[in-house]
Design a protein around this ligand. Structure first.
Ligand code: HEM
Ligand code: HEM
Length: 221
């Protein structure tokens, strides 16, 4: 027997779908260049605030949002992958061990993308707000990393979407719907995860956004 319970809090779901929209916009605007760059930078600042929020929420938030709930050692990740390929679908209310690994990787890559963006310079008209603080060698290196890292991010996103579609079509497990509604059918012998209230999330995102504004507008040049 199963019962339908809430597994993803609203902050995690808002984080996810805002991130998707902003990344599509950031990649498109970055590739288009020109007048789009002003908005490219703004969208990047929003992504930086979101990632900082998610890191803090991963340490303080709901059970399924916490890194301690979904970050596991190589043995557990490989064990899960093996059982998956063997035809089993071990149940996880939150992220499974392989998904958890990909999520940590994507957060790190996004942190690299936004940090290098702050120091990037296209040698035409767009300069990251902190480029003046660094040497020419660092600016050049970070611009190169910014250009290369986006391809790694896109490869991970493609794999991530393929994984979600694999669960949907092969495993008949609609993780995408759960990331929208926040609910999943969980076996009765499985405890429902405990979710936090929204107030701490609002405070964390406000502090993260204020930090980013300070960094790009008020950090001493
Ligand atoms: C720019 C593209 C995307 C990025 C960067 C991204 C990133 C992420 C991240 C960071 C999480 C973890 C959420 C959290 O715990 O806070 C996640 C989860 C998830 N994403 Fe995405 N995502 C993207 C696009 C998509 C798309 C298009 C889909 C649907 C086809 C999707 C489906 C999911 C699902 C189902 C989960 C939950 C997985 C689970 O149950 O463990 N994502 N994604
Ligand atoms: C703090 C936020 C960010 C800042 C300040 C920033 C800044 C810049 C700058 C100055 C350039 C021009 C460098 C060049 O290619 O010559 C650039 C290019 C680009 N950025 Fe960002 N960026 C940020 C975040 C992001 C994010 C989050 C993404 C995608 C997830 C992204 C994707 C790109 C892409 C695709 C290009 C074009 C690279 C190419 O020429 O092929 N940026 N960015």
């Amino acid at each position: 027997m199963t019962s339908v319970v809430k597994v993803w809090d609203l902050p995690v779901r808002l984080f996810h779908w805002s991130l998707v929209v902003l990344i599509v916009f950031s990649v498109t605007s970055g590739k288009l260049g020109g007048n789009w760059m002003e908005w490219h930078l703004r969208s990047g600042y929003c992504i930086l605030a979101l990632v900082l929020f998610r890191i803090v929420w991963g340490l303080t938030g709901s059970q399924t949002a916490r890194f301690s709930d979904f970050v596991h050692g190589p043995k557990r990740v490989l064990g899960y992958a093996r059982s998956l390929l063997g035809g089993a679908t071990p149940f996880h209310a939150g992220h499974n061990p392989t998904g958890g690994l990909m999520i940590v990787l994507m957060l790190i890559l996004l942190l690299v993308q936004t940090t290098t963006g702050l120091f990037a310079d296209d040698d035409i008209a767009t300069r990251g707000p902190l480029a003046d603080k660094a040497s020419g060698a660092i600016v050049s290196l970070f611009t190169t990393i910014h250009r290369i890292n986006i391809n790694v991010i896109l490869a991970c996103v493609a794999l991530h979407i393929c994984a979600a579609l694999f669960y949907l079509t092969v495993k008949k497990d609609n993780l995408i719907k759960a990331m929208i509604t926040g609910t999943k059918a969980i076996p009765d012998d499985h405890p429902a995860p405990s979710l936090s209230g929204h107030a701490p999330a609002v405070i964390i995102i406000a502090v993260a956004a204020a930090f980013v504004v300070w960094l790009v507008k008020f950090y001493p040049r």
